[in-house]
Design a protein around this ligand. Structure first.
Ligand code: ADP
Length: 180
């Protein structure tokens, strides 16, 4: 098939609780894409973005929204210029995710679903413990909301499916949507 436009860009938007597996899966998909010859893929990881692009922002709703809009803006630019990209950020609010979806266009929302108890038992960064003792306030899933996607392109259940299965599910969806 001949592609007359240069649009090989798309955004994979991972959303889910802390410890659900967004970062892990973004790296796994990155590798799977590389194996398919898709190079120059950019990952915007929420934790890293908060150290530069969104430095100084906190975790109130307005600050979280600003953070997500900034990430979404960069995703939109990359997608427009044909660079496949992924965002891995909790992005707890449905309305802003929808805003970003509209802005980006070629957008695959992946709901990284995992029970809070499993996320908490993983406690990858030790944050749940701190949230439980009150050292961290406004922690998503503990004392701050998480709004599940209503119509995501993909749902991966990381407390039931392993990393390979989740990655395959995402790759299959990219093929179905004609992005690969
Ligand atoms: P997040 O980016 O959502 O905060 P991380 O990717 O940092 O989460 O951590 C998820 C943890 O769960 C990792 O230690 C990872 O190895 C583990 N894990 C177990 N099963 C899965 C799975 N199916 N998908 C992704 N991560 C998984």
């Amino acid at each position: 098939m001949t592609h007359y436009s240069n649009n090989s860009g798309f955004t994979i938007w991972f959303t889910g609780l802390s410890g659900a597996g967004k970062t892990t899966l973004s790296h796994a998909v990155h590798e799977a894409l590389r194996d398919r010859g898709v190079l120059n893929v950019e990952i915007l990881d929420g934790d890293i973005v908060r150290t530069h692009l969104s430095k100084g922002l906190g975790f109130s709703k307005p600050d979280r929204d600003t953070n997500i809009r900034r990430i979404g803006w960069v995703c939109q630019l990359l997608t427009k210029h044909g660079v496949p990209n992924m965002a891995a950020a909790i992005s707890p609010y449905r309305d802003v995710r929808e805003e970003v979806r509209k802005m980006v266009g070629r957008f695959v929302e992946v709901y990284v679903k995992c029970s809070i108890s499993v996320c908490e038992s993983r406690d990858v960064k030790g944050l749940y413990k701190q949230a439980r003792t009150g050292e961290i306030l406004h922690f998503t899933g503990i004392d701050d909301p998480y709004e599940e996607p209503l119509n995501p392109e993909v749902i991966v259940e990381t407390d039931k499916e392993n990393i390979e299965q989740c990655t395959q599910k995402i790759m299959t969806k990219l093929e179905e949507w004609g992005y690969l």
